[in-house]
Design a protein around this ligand. Structure first.
Ligand code: ADP
Ligand code: MG
Length: 464
């Protein structure tokens, strides 16, 4: 196809996400279209390298990320780029050269991780904006915040390991990095390492292939604070990785080093995690982050507005907080999109603009879009039980179990629904039935791997 690219030319010296709304908008359009796991790992550290002759130059923090993006995301990125920068743009990715020689003795702490401010190319850096100051506190996250602050004050002393879990975009990475930023500020001699589980895993695979395990071990053990993000992405069959995580954690723990783990679910729901790893996590402090309530969402939006130094009338803030998803990522995307629209249209942000500009964003929390009917339909299909039977009074074991699973899923995935309402949806009259069902299912999931996997699959299907 002919290149009908736009002629825009923008030259910039370095990363400038804040300065170039179009770039920011591009990132946001990707952010809301893929899972946060991929976004955080592969997109959050990209830098805008300017536009030339219809080619959008992007620099990736390292070769690994660059290659992955080229392999998996180029088409999608060009598509999104075309929406923001103009039709038909192409994307050119670059990455800094890595000092490859003499790898095992390299002093560099290598790619994909962050250790204090060392300026080696190709690391995922702690985002300096992710601090405790910028974390808005509310009833949904105050325990997690308090635990994180506690850890940063006395790393390795209590709350070790700290296990933080919660849904997408609710601030887990922010808190992990805030711990890191705080420790570095207060205790400059402490070594802080931040690593997404996926990167740890691929680094391990590489170390095994290159016969550089001693180097790998030294690298991951020579730290005072180990921040391990998104452990749910350790692939199920990666036993070597689990072993290595276990040994790394054990080593750090025994040497009184702080370990902080994040996940999208509590330890007992991690599929196929080896028991000893799970019980290691359970021996520490487990805290969760829930979706923020309306008031907290408004406070977060206010904070972002002042950070971005833009003017957004309070009715617009309220509109966003009330109508859009509870995912903070989406709230941020909304502000960014409004900022962009107001610049392009050269018009101050108002409610009218918000209603039009935010049409494509997810309007409510994906979690609450799950319906009872949907749950019934899927459970009935998966367990070969009629929907009517599930809603009826049969005591046949498979039917009772299907009913319990429905209630369990409803309680988990439809937080706005009261226990009584859930009970009634399945033909029962007492809210304690739901609590009983939940307990039963939790027991099943703990003792029967096959059931656990089936239920997790259902959850995934429902939330899609
Ligand atoms: P997760 O890792 O849980 O998917 P992130 O930590 O990446 O979520 O958070 C998504 C975005 O929302 C980030 O930009 C983060 O700064 C912001 N955010 C999350 N929680 C808060 C909060 N309580 N106050 C301010 N910003 C928040
Ligand atoms: Mg994250």
């Amino acid at each position: 196809m002919e290149n009908v690219a736009v002629k825009t030319e923008i030259h910039v010296p370095s990363h400038s996400g804040d300065v170039f709304p179009a770039w920011e908008n591009f990132l946001h359009s990707i952010k809301i279209s893929i899972s946060s796991k991929f976004y955080d790992t592969f997109f959050s550290a990209l830098a805008f390298g300017g536009m030339e002759n219809g080619v959008l130059n992007i620099s990736a923090p390292n070769e690994q990320i660059k290659n992955h993006l080229e392999k998996r995301y180029l088409t999608e990125m060009e598509q999104k780029g075309s929406e923001v920068f103009g039709h038909g743009i192409r994307i050119s990715l670059s990455a800094p050269e890595e000092p490859k020689m003499d790898r095992p003795r390299e002093k560099s702490q290598n790619k994909g991780i962050f250790i204090n401010q060392s300026a080696y190319p190709g690391e995922i850096k702690l985002n300096p904006k992710y601090t405790f100051d910028r974390f808005v506190k509310g009833p949904s996250n105050d325990h997690a915040l308090a635990a994180a602050i506690g850890v940063s004050k006395k790393p390795g002393e209590y709350h070790n390991p700290m296990y933080l879990y919660g849904g997408v975009g609710l601030g887990k990475t922010h808190l992990l990095m805030a711990i890191g930023n705080q420790v570095i500020a207060d205790m400059p001699f402490h070594k802080v390492m931040y690593v997404p589980a996926e990167i740890f895993q691929s680094d391990l695979v590489e170390a095994i292939q290159n016969n550089s395990m001693p180097h790998f071990k030294a690298k991951y053990r020579n730290v005072d604070v180990f921040l391990f993000d998104d452990i749910q992405f350790i692939s199920q069959r990666a036993e070597a990785t689990q072993e290595e995580i276990f040994h790394t954690f054990n080593y750090l723990y025994q040497n009184k080093k702080q370990v902080v783990i994040s996940s999208d679910r509590p330890p007992h729901e991690l599929k196929k995690l080896t028991d000893r790893l799970r019980s290691r996590f359970q021996s520490g402090l487990i805290v969760d982050i829930k979706p923020p309530n309306l008031e907290t969402r408004q406070a977060i939006l206010q904070a972002k507005v002042s950070e971005m130094k833009i003017t957004v009338p309070s009715d617009v803030i309220k509109y966003i907080a009330t109508n859009l998803s509870t995912q903070i990522r989406v709230l941020e995307a909304a502000l960014s999109k409004l900022h962009f629209t107001s610049e392009v249209e050269n018009h101050p942000i108002d409610l009218q603009m918000a209603k039009i500009a935010l049409r494509d964003l997810p309007i409510e929390d994906t979690v609450s879009q799950v319906s009872i009917d949907e749950i019934l339909r899927l459970v009935s299909k998966k367990f070969h039980v009629q929907e009517e039977e599930i809603k009826g009074n049969s005591r046949v074991e498979t039917i009772v179990m299907a009913r319990h699973i429905c209630m369990y899923l409803a309680k988990k995935l439809i937080p706005s629904m009261s226990l009584l309402k859930i009970a009634q949806a399945f033909g029962k009259t007492d809210h304690t039935t739901v609590i009983h069902a939940e307990k039963k299912i939790a027991e099943y999931m703990d003792s029967d791997e096959a059931i656990r996997v089936q239920i997790l699959e259902l959850e995934e299907e429902l939330q899609f």
